[in-house]
Design a protein around this ligand. Sequence first.
Ligand SMILES: *Cc1c(COP(=O)(O)O)cnc(C)c1O
Ligand SMILES: [Zn+2]
Length: 422
Amino acid sequence: MSGEFVSGLKCRLCGKRYPKEALNFCTEDFGPLEVDYNYDEVAKVFNRQVIESRPRTMWRYRELLPVDGEPTVGRHVGGTPLIKADRLAKALGLSELYIKNDAVNHPSLSFKDRVVAVALSKAVELGFETVGCASTGNLAGSVAANAAAAGLNAYVLIPDNLEQGKVLGATIYGAKVIAIQGNYDHVNRLCSQIAFRFGWGFVNVNLRPFYAEGSKSMGFEIAEDLGWRIPDNVVVPMAGGSLIGKIHKAFKELERLGLVTGPVNTRMHGAQATGCNPISNTVKTDALKVRPIRQPNTIAKSLAIGDPADGYFASQLIRDTGGWSEDVDDEAIVECMQLLAETEGIWAETAGGVTVAVARKLIEQGKINRDGSTVLCITGNGLKTQEALVDKLARPVVIKPNLAEFEALVGAEARDLASSTA
Ligand SMILES: *Cc1c(COP(=O)(O)O)cnc(C)c1O
Ligand SMILES: [Zn+2]
């Protein structure tokens, strides 16, 4: 099927070409490998009409996803809502704001289902029966869920300090969940050794070039749902720094294929937590190299990658597109989780608080123009990071089951409300 559209893998540093295999770095210079396409071939069959005739999943863009033949894993992933967020726009002082809500992605409630759908479909094509990942939480749940549905064995490795919702949300699917005494960078290093020793398909290690392409579908959907338009600003939470680059790559591919009118001049903005800010720090200090954070410390655990694999490319992209990057502390994260919930009815995980809080900061700094169109990428669900809120929100008022107590309570509240609006 779409196999003919992928020409192979290519080193992002030296351009050396490799066949479509489970390989993630160049043997010459250890540069990361990326999937390359025959865009002329894609252009012959891929147009708005074809796309719009297909089901609303990420696979409606399958000619630009690196799977040969029909996808076998994660066939229902994607197609999440793009919401015009007028109440949040008003609170932030923007004229045109949208939320891409991957907190409700199927099946595991984060954007990671997109990358896993591609990686595991590819794993099946390449003949792997056992798959795995190094995860900060959401990838664990997604690999476990999608592997279960596909009948694959899954080994999921995580740092030993993750939220209960993330741990249960991987274990329930029957995956082998292994907590490592250390941070994500320790987990990731071990996974590279395991993938090599056991010959398994690790979605974000040896299958990484394929995995990463799945993130483009978020960009395709944003453009299509804007009426085949490219926004002026996009704010993206960054962990390893892959998603932000792939959303931009998606816009460029649509431009190249004539599906949107260019030029693409979206400013790409990156969001991190102050407790783990290797990429935003690189941008803010105008450094050439990313300095790893040895001991990440933030409630935004899904973003806590101290030594980000794509940090260098992410910081370059942010500079090249005229965007910016900021980081925010735990207090601002919780405050903006509440702001998003109270204005738009969306309960995002801590990473969503990071995105909204960074957007607010960039608007105040004038890095995001108030009269342009802006998209915030919400990438994970609040149910999975309840610890961040437990002691922060008001507890329910407890009353006896009789009307007099209710009237006493609500009457007082109603009186307060009346006097405060008078
Ligand atoms: C993994 C993740 C990201 C960012 O992913 P990268 O591509 O590694 O930068 C953003 N948000 C959430 C909730 C995630 O789990
Ligand atoms: Zn190379």
